[in-house]
Design a protein around this ligand. Structure first.
Ligand SMILES: [Zn+2]
Length: 210
């Protein structure tokens, strides 16, 4: 039997999982190379547009066939032990697509498919609330992987604005603003995470000790 979905997002576990990925892939520079992670895992990824032309459907038809999910989703093909990630590119910036890909990676790496029965997109699968918890976990994973508030806090103060942060981490301005806001709201919490980023990304943080 599958485990029960946690009542609340497991922030500490999710952050640690994202940092383990950074460590495992030996990333010492931003932006994080999502391609390298995707290539190393049993994931097949295609755009919505790929499936639309294969099935001869419009974007609206495709989106409604996947329960109205506009950005992207993933499915676990248990028989082949393969994850399929599908993502929309129409009217999406590269930065937003990167977020979607990191979010889906979160569902996969956090083992949402293995530990919980999160394989069905819609229908009699998860309740909205359960789905919400897993989605918050996937977003937290994306945030810690691509643009951690702790790392934002380690940047020189003049770089801690939405323009510079979005360029540096290759995320959208909204994602950059959220990371800055998180750093501003919980500097104590994120300072506690700083040690990892200082040792993993020394070339950006050496000014700290100067
Ligand atoms: Zn999701």
């Amino acid at each position: 039997m599958k485990n029960k979905i946690p009542g609340r997002p497991r922030f500490a576990y999710v952050s640690k999982s994202a940092w383990s990925v950074i460590e495992h892939f030996g990333f010492h520079f931003y932006p994080i190379d999502l391609d390298a992670i995707y290539k190393a895992l049993p994931i097949v990824s295609h755009t919505y547009q790929y499936y639309m032309s294969m099935w001869g459907v419009t974007l609206d038809e495709y989106i409604s066939s996947v329960c109205g999910i506009k950005d992207g989703f993933s499915i676990y093909d248990k028989g082949n032990n393969l994850y399929v990630v599908s993502y929309n590119t129409q009217d999406m910036t590269q930065a937003r697509i990167r977020w979607t890909l990191a979010h889906e990676l979160g569902h996969i790496i956090l083992n949402h498919f293995g530990e919980f029965d999160a394989t069905s997109l819609c229908g009699p699968g998860l309740t909205e609330e359960e789905y919400g918890v897993l989605d918050v976990e996937a977003n937290t994973f994306a945030s810690e992987l691509l643009c951690s508030p702790a790392m934002v806090g380690l940047l020189p103060e003049w770089e801690r604005n939405a323009d510079a942060v979005s360029r540096f981490f290759f995320v959208s301005k909204q994602a950059a603003e959220k990371a800055i806001a998180k750093w501003d709201s919980y500097p104590g919490l994120h300072s506690a995470h700083a040690a990892f980023f200082k040792s993993q990304f020394p070339s950006y943080t050496s000014h700290e000790s100067a």
